[in-house]
Design a protein around this ligand. Structure first.
Ligand SMILES: NC(=O)NCCC(=O)O
Ligand SMILES: [Zn+2]
Ligand SMILES: [Zn+2]
Length: 487
């Protein structure tokens, strides 16, 4: 059985051209004019792009005394309906001194049964021990080449500098990439207490207690630790000019540092937390919080200039009922928002249609760049012969108003409620299978999604370790005649 995507314009990270795409056995078999196949997918007037990759999700994650309500089944269906064909989810060990393999087993149990889209994992390092050191190697052998570190969430997920340094060195040795949630967790905890003591108990206190400086400081520190350990580093949910500045500066110095703004931070601002409706404001509580417009401008500039590489969602969706756990005080509001379904349409509307980014940059930041960073390119993130046929047929004229009432996500609200978006998937194909067709409401089969293993990094980590070795501080050989006598 073959499928031909006919009459469209292919848009990749570096080219735009008219061509048909032939799909066989789940892969792209040919690209060229006048191709034919058993099934025809109409791409007339549409753009044919690599399916989106969202490298930052927390589906059914146990967190802050509850569990994120978005399931693997609903979240990955929502993703496909918005043009995202692969998600990368964070595995969180239940213990700080190990349990990486147990946590992976728990995540596999949920994902293999339910995932509609392809998926991969990042492993979180939430403490340091000989067991963590040993298990990291086995995690890499299982196809996971990224380890996440939280500099915030004191008393829960947070790691200290020495633990991070140890883990980063281990990443360097294993050919893995460390990821960092960069906020100064000690200062956040102190500011949370300060605002609670002052009677600021509502969601606005969440934003006040996590100012951009807290993020900028931690980003600088994470970069310094990565440099000392001789490993590249990826900063998740970069939300502020201060963090972006740290990344920019490091990159100018030749360091391999990557930055990931979220579509929420690009399009929603801090006034959301000042809304008089408690539920409205609490539903938007996430870390880092939404910032003011000047930070948004900085993030958009970073995407077009190349100092920021990826747009993700950090999809970590709690219901209104769950958000109300923090009614007595904002520190207890579960942190996280949704966005999986809306990332591509919102970014297209607010980015491509406004001229902030080009179509090719859109493909780069939603798919190709992260495929390269995660070492799955060109199997994913490419329209190339031999690549997985993860393709979105994008209709640039199709519009809708985002609404919780019509979304696939099972959450009872949407932070983009009322956004008018133009540019939506007409079809989404995952390994050649049509998993979303506009106007049809059949969800793809849960469990059809496949785990995508990722090999350790060769070139980048090797280059860095060779250079670090050449430039390493060395002992100075001193002849006896240059040494003090009789001491
Ligand atoms: N971002 C957020 O508020 N929740 C998810 C966990 C994290 O990534 O920090
Ligand atoms: Zn985070
Ligand atoms: Zn996250």
């Amino acid at each position: 059985m073959s499928t031909v995507i006919k009459g469209g314009t292919i848009v990749t990270a570096d080219r735009t051209y008219e061509s048909d795409v032939l799909v066989e056995g789940g892969r792209i078999a040919a690209i060229g004019p006048n191709l034919s196949g058993d099934t025809v997918v109409d791409a007339e007037g549409a753009f044919v792009m690599p399916g989106g990759i969202d490298p930052h999700t927390h589906l059914e994650m146990p967190f802050m005394g509850t569990t994120a309500a978005e399931t693997w089944a609903s979240g990955t269906y929502a993703a496909l309906s918005g043009g995202t064909t692969m998600v990368v989810d964070f595995v969180i060990p239940a213990r700080t001194d190990g349990g990486l393999l147990d946590a992976l087993a728990a995540w596999e149990e949920k994902a293999t049964r339910q995932a509609c889209s392809d998926y991969s994992y990042h492993m979180c390092v939430t403490g340091w021990s000989q067991t963590v050191f040993d298990e990291m190697e086995q995690i890499v052998a299982r196809g996971i080449n990224t380890f996440k570190h939280f500099m915030a969430y004191k008393g829960a997920l947070m790691v200290n500098d020495d633990e991070m340094f140890a883990s980063f060195q281990r990443c360097a040795a294993l050919g893995a990439l460390p990821l960092v949630h960069a906020e100064n967790g000690d200062i956040v905890a102190a500011l949370q207490k300060k605002f609670m003591d002052a009677g600021v108990t509502g969601p606005e206190g969440h934003a006040y207690s996590r100012p951009p400086e807290v993020e900028g400081e931690a980003t600088n520190r994470a970069i310094m630790i990565a440099d000392a350990a001789g490993v590249p580093v990826y900063i998740v949910h970069t939300s502020s000019e201060q963090a972006h500045e740290a990344i920019r500066r490091a990159r100018q110095k030749g360091m391999r540092v990557y930055g990931e703004p979220l579509v929420q931070h690009l399009t929603l601002d801090e006034t959301e937390y000042f809304n008089r409706d408690w539920d409205y404001a609490a539903r938007r509580v996430m870390s880092p919080p939404f910032r003011d417009k000047s930070h948004q401008d900085s993030l958009w500039a970073g995407l077009s200039a190349g100092s920021l590489q990826v747009v993700a969602t950090d999809h970590c969706a709690f219901t209104t009922e769950q958000k109300r756990f923090g009614l007595k005080g904002f520190p207890a509001i579960p942190n996280g928002t949704g966005g999986l379904e809306d990332r591509m349409p919102v970014l297209w509307t607010k980015g491509v249609k406004t001229g902030r980014i080009t179509m090719n940059e859109f493909v780069a930041v939603t798919s190709t760049n992260i495929a390269k960073i995660l070492n799955v390119y060109p199997r994913k993130g490419a329209i190339e012969v031999g690549a997985d046929a993860d393709v979105v047929v994008w209709d640039p004229d199709k519009s809708k108003t985002i609404s919780a009432a019509t979304q696939r996500s099972i959450i009872d609200y949407n932070v983009f409620e009322g956004f008018e978006v133009t540019g939506l998937p007409r079809y989404t194909l995952s390994r050649g299978e049509i998993v979303f067709a506009d106007g049809k409401n059949d969800a793809p089969r849960p469990g059809r999604g496949q785990f995508v293993p990722r090999k350790p990094f060769g070139a980048v980590n090797k280059a860095l370790s060779v250079w670090k070795d050449i430039t390493a501080p060395r002992m100075i050989e001193r002849k006896p005649e240059y040494m003090p006598i009789g001491v």
